[in-house]
Design a protein around this ligand. Sequence first.
Ligand SMILES: [Zn+2]
Length: 278
Amino acid sequence: MGYRLVLSSLVCLIALGGCAAMRHACGGPAAYAPAAAYNAAAERNLAFSPFGRAEQGWAVYEPAIAREARTACPADSPGFARAVARWQGLARLVPHGGVDPATFSAMKADWQQRRPFVRLRAASVCPAPPAEADLVTLPAADSWRGAVVRLRPGAAAALEAMIAAARREVPAAGADPELLAAFSGFRGPDYDAARCVAEGNCDGIVRASCSAHRTGLAVDLALGAAPGFAVDSSADANRLWQTSTPAYRWLLANAGRFGFVNYAFEPWHWEWTGEGRR
Ligand SMILES: [Zn+2]
């Protein structure tokens, strides 16, 4: 046994919990080759409407899917398909390994259920906004381009800790003070209603009638934008750009430690779950 093999064995033992996991991590087993071929095409071409708007492919959501399936393998690999199959089995779906509309729908349901706001809305409850006197304003260093961003105190403290951790752990965030800075937090119902009328920007009926931002627990974080797009552009090209960034991938892996969950359709939108748990 050569030195390199010994060394790599040691590394994979530490990093992955076993060398078998490394050998089969992404390239096999061959039984998942057809599912890998399906995923390679579906990632770019699957026609579906996961959030009520027609989309082509699920590449935007690939990092979130991979995290859910607990794999670091690329979406077109048998290892990814095997991880998806394992997830499908746990979710009581047919464990074929392909991310088809039924699989995506089940994952999306899990993601949405982690949002207390969504659970309330499912029960036809629109939470009352907090008293504005009870909100705190984020420090300028955590706010995007002079934005005045207000949140409930617990959410603000958790967010400040999360941004500080990201700046330590993500080189791009450490180097760019705008990255992960907050550009929107609490928005009172009156503000959203006025914006709806003034701009015709009602985000369907949802924002005008009951936005998550009324809770003081939701925050929009700057991830940058694809050339020509705004930080809150929901254009697919922009969202794909954003979910490919190290900052977004760090959030996916770490935001839960700080109590934040993502609305998968909007990579920038995060909600704090540490308050109002029922
Ligand atoms: Zn938002």
